[in-house]
Design a protein around this ligand. Structure first.
Ligand SMILES: *[C@@H]1O[C@H](CO)[C@@H](O)[C@H](O)[C@H]1NC(C)=O
Ligand SMILES: *[C@@H]1O[C@H](CO)[C@@H](O)[C@H](O)[C@H]1NC(C)=O
Ligand SMILES: *[C@@H]1O[C@H](CO)[C@@H](O)[C@H](O)[C@H]1NC(C)=O
Length: 477
């Protein structure tokens, strides 16, 4: 989009401004509390007005056992490394420490394959010995599937059937995949808190570093088996996720691309009456990201991603390079511009060979949720979806269904500019109507932004994006 069209688009944005400016005295916690209370109340009302209809959702791919441990209890008790460094896979303790320190100081999520099984088993044993460590069903697909099932959808999941998985998955979910008793599919989630330090290293925000030595999920071993089931299930929505398990996996030559093509073939096997969502994740392997842009993304109607994944995809589509570490609290204007550009680019390609034009883009960040939809498409309830996604963000991170305002704060509470372009409009935050929606691009695109009541008593960060994305999707199918 050239600057002029862009400028015009921004000018043509119609924003319903509230003629209401709540001037807030930061020192006055009572006022602050009232503000939060108003915001929460308004959002809960929206959520209560929308229920989930009769929807059929298929979700791929994979499942694993996640072991959660506090980084301060596992890494924190070891000597910190002399330097930080980046590796594509981990083969020694030294590499693990250096890479952990790198992402820890950036507050960025990352996931890496450990090639050295002895090392992985040693770390795993140490993690399991930490009091307070626990396990949960993991992988993007089962987390999203469980969220859909909890919301009342009928769900088909592509995953191997191990007793661990079958015991943990929501009982209404139909799991389609081989039986297995393999103990390999274990992922270790090392979580850390904002402000925590390790020697001279300090974490600016809560996040997690994930390691695994899983040779099963990265090759998407369930794709082929799932084919017949998927078509017979006739889903309203097919969600493709779990592909970041492929990130930095040591594939034999050509196999990574071949697996992505298998996913593409699965996506194109569905009729257009089944909408397709692709959930991004932290991809740092340039070849994989290139493969996704070529073989997967153009075949999806909808994309979901977080504040790291957006600039990653944006840079890759625009410049062909990936940003490893990015701003964890980006300005709304910046992300809106990036979203517009991705949206336009993915709508520009012809719908040939099963390609679909993007009609929905959901960005989940720490501070807010943005959902951009093509007006003339089947997606409904954008405001409610953004609201539900924002509420789910707090619930997931705090680990409680009730939102406690003692453990919540808003990072986006004054308003935001609609674009970095000169003269762009500004939306003033309104506590009575905290979720703002507007129409842009000559009435063709709708955008809604919901503030997150950021949880300050962090229970977990892993799986957040999946829960949040699923919560948004389920109201829009
Ligand atoms: C693998 O890890 C073990 C245990 O930490 C270590 O003793 C061994 O040297 C490592 N192997 C390689 C090739 O780095
Ligand atoms: C990617 O390339 C662009 C254009 O060459 C450059 O401006 C940007 O800084 C690069 N980003 C990274 C992360 O290397
Ligand atoms: C997130 O998803 C997991 C798996 O479905 C579930 O156990 C957890 O309760 C969810 N969290 C929230 C807040 O929905």
């Amino acid at each position: 989009m050239d600057t002029l069209t862009f400028f015009n688009n921004v000018l043509s944005v119609t924003v319903i401004f509230a003629a209401f400016w709540y001037s807030c005295n930061d020192g006055d916690s009572l006022l602050l509390r009232e503000r939060l209370q108003d915001v929460l109340q308004a959002m809960l009302e929206v959520e209560q007005q929308h229920s989930v209809g009769e929807v059929r959702i298929a979700v791929g791919y994979g499942a694993c056992k996640d072991i959660f441990v506090q980084g301060s209890d596992l890494m924190g008790v070891m000597t910190p490394p002399q330097r930080t460094a980046h590796f594509n896979r981990i083969d020694s303790m030294k590499q693990l420490k250096e890479m952990y320190a790198l992402f820890y100081t950036a507050g960025s999520a990352a996931e890496r394959y450990v090639g050295n099984k002895t090392l992985f088993n040693e770390i795993l044993a140490a993690a399991e010995a930490v009091p307070g460590s626990y396990s949960a069903l993991g992988g993007n697909a089962p987390v999203m599937a469980s969220r859909f099932a909890l919301e009342g959808a009928k769900v088909l999941l592509a995953a191997k059937r191990s007793s661990y998985i079958m015991n943990k998955v929501h009982p209404s979910i139909i799991v389609r995949g081989d039986e297995t008793e393999s103990d390999e599919d274990i992922h270790l989630i090392i979580e850390y808190k904002a402000g925590e330090s390790w020697g001279t290293y300090q974490a600016p925000r809560a996040n997690r570093f994930i390691i695994h030595s899983d040779d099963n999920n990265p090759v998407l071993s369930t794709v082929e088996d799932f084919g017949g089931q998927l078509e017979a299930f006739k889903p309203n929505l097919f969600v493709v996720g779990g592909l970041q398990m492929m990130d930095n996996f040591p594939f034999p030559p050509g196999v990574q691309e071949e697996r992505l093509q298998a996913v593409r073939d699965q996506m194109t096997s569905l009729s257009t009456s089944s909408r397709i969502h692709f959930e991004m994740a932290s991809f740092t392997d340039t070849d994989l990201l290139t493969g996704l842009i070529q073989h997967v993304i153009p075949y999806a109607d909808s994309l979901g991603m977080n504040e790291q994944e957006l600039p990653n995809l944006y840079n890759m589509m625009k410049y062909g390079n990936v940003s490893l570490v990015s701003d964890f609290n980006p300005r709304v204007a910046v992300v809106l511009d990036q979203m517009r550009e991705i949206f336009q680019q993915l709508r520009a390609a012809p719908e040939e060979g099963g390609r679909r034009r993007l009609t929905r883009l959901h960005l989940h960040t720490l501070a807010y949720q943005v959902i951009m939809v093509w007006k003339d498409s089947a997606w409904t309830n954008t405001l409610a979806a953004a609201t539900k996604a924002a509420l789910t963000a707090n619930r997931h991170v705090c680990g409680k269904p009730e939102i406690n305002l003692d453990n919540a704060r808003m990072l986006m509470d004054e308003g935001f500019t609609l674009s970095k372009a000169n003269g762009a409009g500004r939306v003033i935050f309104n506590t009575q109507q905290p979720v703002s929606c507007w129409i842009e691009d000559d009435g063709k695109v709708e955008v809604c932004i919901a503030p997150v009541l950021v949880c300050t008593s962090v229970r977990h960060t892993a799986g957040g994006g999946d829960n949040i994305s699923a919560a948004g999707l389920v109201l829009q199918v």
